[in-house]
Write a protein of this length. Structure first.
Length: 116
């Protein structure tokens, strides 16, 4: 249990740093949030498909990558604030586009992760 928590903690630190770098690089725009959320969905799908069967992966790797690294890299709170800060039309388009792109990315990640 302590190893899982440590894995989440370390992964979260790395994911937060990566998220901050992308936000700074793209000047905190809607595209920064959109990009990290879609990339995170793809990567989580890929990682889960690749590592699901291994007992060791469930113990430390999935918590490190899935919960820690990608959980901190992606950001629901920024997404939600950006939705309410914009016009109703833009909020709807951005929200629907993010959801559609995220689901498609996760599906692609799972599909590619299952390939051998």
């Amino acid at each position: 249990m302590a190893r899982r928590r440590l894995a989440v903690f370390v992964g979260g630190g790395i994911g937060t740093g990566a998220r901050a770098a992308v936000a700074q690089w793209l000047a905190g725009s809607l595209w920064a949030t959109f990009g990290v959320n879609v990339a995170g969905a793809y990567l989580l799908g890929f990682v889960v498909a690749r590592l699901r069967l291994s007992a060791r992966s469930r113990t430390t790797l999935i918590p490190f990558i899935g919960i820690g690294l990608l959980g901190a890299f992606t950001t629901f709170s920024t997404f939600a604030v950006q939705l309410v800060e914009n016009s109703l039309w833009l909020a709807f388009a951005y929200g629907a586009g993010s959801l559609a792109a995220g689901v498609l990315a996760a599906w692609l990640g799972l599909r590619q992760g299952r390939r051998r």
